[in-house]
Design a protein around this ligand. Sequence first.
Ligand code: SF4
Length: 225
Amino acid sequence: MSPINQEAVRNIDKIIRIFLREAKKRNAPVFRFESFNNEFEALVKIILSSRTRDEKTMETTEKLFKRIKDPRGLIEINQKELEELLRGVAFYREKARKLKKLAEILVERYNGKIPREFKELVKLPGIGRKTANVFLASFHKKQAIGVDIHVHRISNRIGLVRTNKPEETEKELQGIIPKRYWNKINKAFVAYGQTICKAKPKCNECKIREMCWYYRENMNSGERI
Ligand code: SF4
């Protein structure tokens, strides 16, 4: 098994604090993302956000929830109109289809409410591990790690994990990070990924670079970052 960055594991609390502080200074979109009127809106927003910029997701969710209020409203709305409302979000036709199915199941089986158990959530249309974990962590403050591209990429860069897929990253992080930090990881890492540790990272602005294996490896090889 490849080694992991134990220094970063020991300092995860500090890393989370720095990520949040630095991303706040730069007004990361994710900080505006977490305002929900109810749990259904929160879940829909998280589903729509997949592969879509937070600004676009927020704008679309706001438009949608001016038109509907709850799962029953989503059932009543016509598929074409729903697609129009979601246009601009990645895979909007597919998401429109899945959202309608989701609303039907919530009304039929759960009386319009949303289950709070991970195992139940991932059985629902349009809800994978990441969506379920982000929903539980952000809306219900449960200890869950939602791993998206930012969490996966930054965890690998720092050396917290050595993985190829987000599902592996989730499992590895659960094994090394104390549970009390789990529901803070997604927001902090996404915020940092939006502002500093982007696809092309701004390592020269990074306040944890002395701890980061990507930085050390690239500095040692003389590569410019
Ligand atoms: S040093 Fe660079 S790669 Fe490492 S966390 Fe900071 S920005 Fe990301």
